[in-house]
Design a protein. Structure first.
Length: 185
């Protein structure tokens, strides 16, 4: 079970990474540690007993990951590109860890916070779908998500792929940190 403080975006990034490497039994604590402890759910300091098992490494699941070249190709195809950063980041009004500010051409902005409630738990299905429907993102189409370094987009990837069951969602983990530093785009 993965969790982090705050809105669980870093735990979602680890979850996404483990799914990329085809780990089957991975879970994300809805609401993270903060929600768990704020609601006085039980915790322990005891060390768990872990039984070693044989584990066969699998090749990565490339369907959940988008690379820069795939994003460039998507610009000329019918792919929904979704920037999940804040509207200010999307518009280029904030300092970013890149040489350029702004967003990848042809993207829509659906802020990552739209998939979580203030308490840190995920929104219910209808509320999860609403901002993507409003941005004309096709549930059954190909979707590529990005943010600055892939952690917020991994949280949205989890919401769309794991909670809503959208079949073709990829996380561009190079995100704006890579794209905004490219000379040729």
């Amino acid at each position: 079970v993965l969790y982090s403080d705050g809105y669980n975006e870093f735990a979602a990034f680890v979850y996404w990474t483990l799914k990329y490497y085809r780990h089957r039994d991975v879970r994300l604590l809805d609401g993270g540690k903060h929600y768990w402890t704020e609601n006085d759910f039980p915790t322990t300091a005891e060390r768990p007993t872990v039984t070693p098992v044989e584990y066969e490494v699998q090749p990565p699941d490339e369907s959940v990951r988008a690379y820069r070249g795939e994003v460039q190709d998507a610009l000329s195809r019918d792919v929904d590109l979704v920037d999940v950063r804040s509207p200010a980041e999307y518009r280029g009004e904030t300092d970013v860890p890149a040489r350029a500010s702004g967003h990848i051409p042809r993207t829509v902005n659906v802020e990552w916070t739209s998939v979580v409630r203030e308490c840190g738990r995920f929104e219910h299905a209808e509320a999860l779908e609403r901002p993507f429907d409003g941005a004309d993102v096709a549930a059954d189409g190909e979707i590529i998500l990005y943010c600055n370094v892939g952690e917020r987009s991994a949280l949205v990837w989890f919401a769309l792929s794991e909670l809503l069951g959208y079949p073709h969602v990829a996380n561009y983990d190079g995100s704006w940190s890579e794209w905004g530093n490219l000379v040729d785009v």
